[in-house]
Design a protein around this ligand. Structure first.
Ligand SMILES: NC(=O)c1ccc[n+]([C@@H]2O[C@H](COP(=O)([O-])OP(=O)(O)OC[C@H]3O[C@@H](n4cnc5c(N)ncnc54)[C@H](OP(=O)(O)O)[C@@H]3O)[C@@H](O)[C@H]2O)c1
Length: 310
């Protein structure tokens, strides 16, 4: 498993992460097997959020109840979680009070005394950066959170936070798969008048993150679009699956590993946040951690997924 320094800090993390958004209804044994399979493959980082699981802190709690990390396992596990979504609103809340109370809930549910990485889940239009900074300072000083980051943020929103927040923002978790790749695709077709792909939807977030040592974490790495099913073996993507199958045979890996490698091969040194609850798929995807796709193969997948290379 390839590792990287998260956000340029000294925290070494694998470039494949186990996302635990979908574990709420799994039994203890199935959760243990999922997490252990990831660990055996080198996936020592897990991704949570306070809102995952239908009720607050449900997935965090199910993880802790099922896995019961020993102190040495806890030391070797990077636990990331998120705050800032108020699902019953529905709205977003980056207030000092909300951040602190969410973290207290996460610590309790996760049965741990610290969170390794805390992300602000989705941009809050009413954000007051100084309040975020005060919350981060208190959590950091108390040893409750070791590192901070964001998710689904634009360069401008990051700049605004960075003016107030003292700690480095180490990660930006963004939706990215080979079929949902606007953060990559726009730059490939910049300034083309009649091409939708040319429209900037994120103000150049990928380049911004690279310039500022913010690790991009790809969520929904196999979803075709926004939670509408995977592109793998999906008859709507015959050309893409033909290329995936051919490269999988050529490299002697499962197709999901090639789909993973399309992200890990990018020189931005991104992490892939898996969402599968199937241990075999976790093992298979992990094989894409360091698969050396050539530039030609990377572009072939990109074009087969429907993107334009002008
Ligand atoms: N920051 C954010 O805003 C945000 C948003 C969404 C998600 N996330 C994070 O990203 C993680 C991944 O998101 P995701 O679950 O949407 O990503 P995903 O890995 O692209 O999708 C996984 C889902 O696809 C299903 N699936 C069906 N066929 C599959 C196949 N052949 N290979 C792999 N999966 C297949 C899986 O079912 P099985 O379980 O049966 O394999 C699972 O339900 C989440 O766990 C969460 O940690 C973050």
């Amino acid at each position: 498993m390839k590792t990287l320094a998260l956000g340029g800090t000294d925290l070494q993390v694998p470039n494949v992460v186990l996302g635990l958004m979908r574990i709420a209804e799994m039994d203890d044994e199935a959760i243990r097997t999922l997490v252990a399979t990831g660990r055996e493959a080198g996936i020592t980082m897990v991704d949570h959020a306070d809102v995952y699981g239908g009720s607050l802190h449900k997935c965090e709690e199910r993880f802790a109840q099922a896995v019961k990390l020993s102190s040495s396992e806890r030391e070797n596990t990077v636990i990331q979680t998120k705050c800032g979504i108020v699902p019953d609103g529905p709205y977003f809340d980056f207030s000092h009070e909300h951040i602190l109370s969410s973290v207290e809930g996460s610590l309790k549910a996760l049965d741990t005394d610290h969170i390794d990485v805390l992300l602000l889940h989705r941009p809050d239009a009413l954000v007051e950066p100084d309040e975020v900074a005060r919350a981060f300072d208190e959590l950091h000083a108390a040893g409750k959170v070791r590192a901070f980051g964001v998710s689904n943020h634009t360069p401008g929103q990051l700049e605004l936070l960075r003016r107030s927040v003292k700690q480095p923002l180490v990660a930006n978790q963004l939706q990215l798969s080979v079929t949902h790749a606007p953060i990559v695709a726009q730059g490939v077709a910049a300034n083309m008048q009649d091409l939708d792909q040319s429209i900037s939807r994120d103000s150049g977030i990928l380049d911004y993150c690279r310039l500022h040592d913010i690790t991009v974490q790809a969520w929904s790495p196999f979803q075709a679009g926004f939670f509408d099913g995977v592109f793998l073996d999906n008859p709507k993507y015959p050309e893409l699956n033909a290329v995936l199958d051919r490269l999988a045979a050529q490299y002697d890996v499962p197709t999901i590993a090639v789909a993973t490698a399309w992200i890990t091969r990018h020189p931005a040194n991104m992490q892939v946040v898996l969402g599968t609850t199937n241990p075999e798929r976790v093992r298979a995807a992990a094989q894409g951690s360091d698969l050396p796709l050539t530039k030609a193969e990377w572009y072939e997948l990109f074009r087969a997924a429907g993107y334009r290379v002008p």
